[in-house]
Design a binder for this molecule. Structure first.
Ligand code: ADP
Length: 452
């Protein structure tokens, strides 16, 4: 950038010099021509006085002068010429300066001389006897002028260039300095911001990117913290059943369990291993949802049918718990990921069964409305205190830890529900009161995409 500014200034300086020369040289040329005229004007007056007094004799005495003298009769005949024989010279009555001198007393012209084959300046003066005295000199050419003044002209150009170089290098560094000193870490703190309004958009953009980077960094830190917490919790959750399994298995192995109790210990090992397997399944589901279910295409899915499948799968669990589960509503098609929607309904219904007392009922309903599809899972179970309602969707958060563990809960069910809803742009509402039961409602927005 600095080089570009530097050479631009030099270029402008050179152009200015050329333009100045282009204007100055013709002006100088005009001025010098006028001076030449001035000189022969005064010379013609002097020589005229001499001729009026002594005629040809005076002219014969003129020596060493750098002008040409011509004396012409009022009829245009040449009486005398200092450079060419008057015999070979044609009548001069048609010459512009002669015509003017005869008419007005004096005349001037500048033209190419056929006689001498060069450009000349003429001045003529009418004498008392009516004859005309003419003086002429060689008019200097522009080339001659340039030759004469080449040294001073070159000198001025050289000085101009040196000055231009100095100014260009000073200015270019000065212009570039604030940009070189830009503090990219704190864009708004830059003084260049005040100096150059042109870089304002750049600074603002930088500031925006900085803020975005900060936000991304914080988000990343948060995500990383959540991951760390999750890994620690998951390891802990997996270790507990593993310890139980390994402890009981060791007792059995060492024959420390009475034959009558063996069945009981085997059942405990079975229960713990099932818990582990459910936990691993939930972790896999959650990590799939965490990645935004990439690579899985959405398809036309009937949410009612999905709910039906989930309720059917949980029939035995509900029977064992002495809970009646009913499904009502209508077929409701939407664009979605069937296995994700299944996980959502399954976890809500499983929780409703798990946290309800024997003899109560769970109602699942799927309805279609103007604003979308609504799924509700309602139970008359233990309910959730208001202050806990905001936290139950967090990973591994349980209101009553021991109850959750007793019934084989992993603490991940509602996290799976939350992610599954998010992937489908759905909203979850919870109405619950301790001792009265809970109603989880998921609102799926109107699906405007064409059927696939
Ligand atoms: P868990 O595997 O422990 O059920 P979830 O993430 O599914 O884990 O639920 C988190 C906690 O929310 C549960 O431990 C429970 O305390 C509470 N909870 C969830 N659903 C219900 C419900 N229908 N009734 C009462 N409490 C519930």
């Amino acid at each position: 950038m600095r080089r570009k500014i530097f050479f631009s200034i030099i270029f402008v300086a050179l152009a200015m010099q050329l333009v100045s020369l282009g204007i100055a040289v013709p002006l100088l040329y005009r001025h010098l021509t006028e001076e030449q005229f001035q000189r022969i004007r005064s010379e013609v007056a002097l020589v005229g006085m001499g001729v009026e007094r002594n005629g040809l004799d005076y002219l014969e005495t003129l020596e060493g002068v750098d002008f040409r003298v011509t004396w012409i009769t009022p009829e245009g005949a040449i009486l005398y010429d200092s450079e060419v024989s008057s015999a070979v010279m044609e009548n001069h009555l048609s010459r512009e300066e002669i015509v003017d001198a005869l008419a007005n007393g004096c005349g001037e012209s500048s033209r190419y001389s056929d006689t001498l084959s060069e450009r000349r300046l003429y001045t003529a003066r009418r004498l008392d006897d009516g004859s005309v005295l003419r003086l002429s000199i060689n008019q200097m050419t522009i080339l001659y002028l340039l030759g004469q003044y080449s040294l001073p002209l070159l000198g001025v150009t050289a000085v101009g260039l040196v000055v231009a170089f100095a100014i260009a290098s000073l200015l270019s560094s000065k212009i570039v300095q604030p940009i070189n000193e830009l503090n990219l870490d704190e864009p708004m703190g830059n003084t260049a911001y005040d100096v150059y309004t042109e870089i304002k958009p750049l600074i603002l953009r930088l500031e925006q990117q900085h803020r975005q980077l900060e936000r991304d960094k914080k988000e990343l830190e948060k995500t990383s913290l959540i991951r760390q917490e999750f890994t620690a919790n998951a390891s802990h959750e997996l270790k507990t059943p593993l310890h139980v399994i390994s402890g009981y298995a060791e007792l059995l192995e060492n024959g420390l369990v009475k034959e009558d109790d063996a069945h009981h210990f085997a059942a405990l090992i079975h229960k713990e291993s099932q818990r582990m397997s459910k936990l691993v399944e939930d972790i896999i589901d959650l990590s799939f949802l965490d990645s935004g279910a990439v690579g899985v295409t959405r398809e036309r899915t009937d949410l009612y049918r999905i709910a039906q499948n989930a309720v059917d799968s949980l029939e035995k669990t509900a029977d064992d718990a002495g809970i009646t589960v009913t499904l009502q509503g209508e077929h409701a098609e939407m664009n979605g990921i069937p296995q994700v929607l299944y996980g959502l309904v399954y976890n809500l219904v499983l929780n409703a069964i798990t946290y309800s007392d024997r003899g109560t009922s769970v109602k699942v309903s799927v309805t279609r409305g103007d604003h979308g599809i609504r799924l509700t899972v309602l139970d008359h179970g233990i309910g959730i205190p208001l202050e806990e309602q905001g936290r139950i969707f967090e990973r591994f958060y349980r209101v009553d830890k021991s109850r959750s563990k007793d019934v084989g809960g992993t603490g991940l069910g509602l996290s799976i529900v939350k992610h599954a809803a998010h992937i489908h742009s759905a909203e979850i509402k919870l109405q619950s009161a301790p001792g009265k039961g809970s109603a989880f409602t998921v609102y799926f927005p109107v699906d405007e995409s064409p059927e696939k």
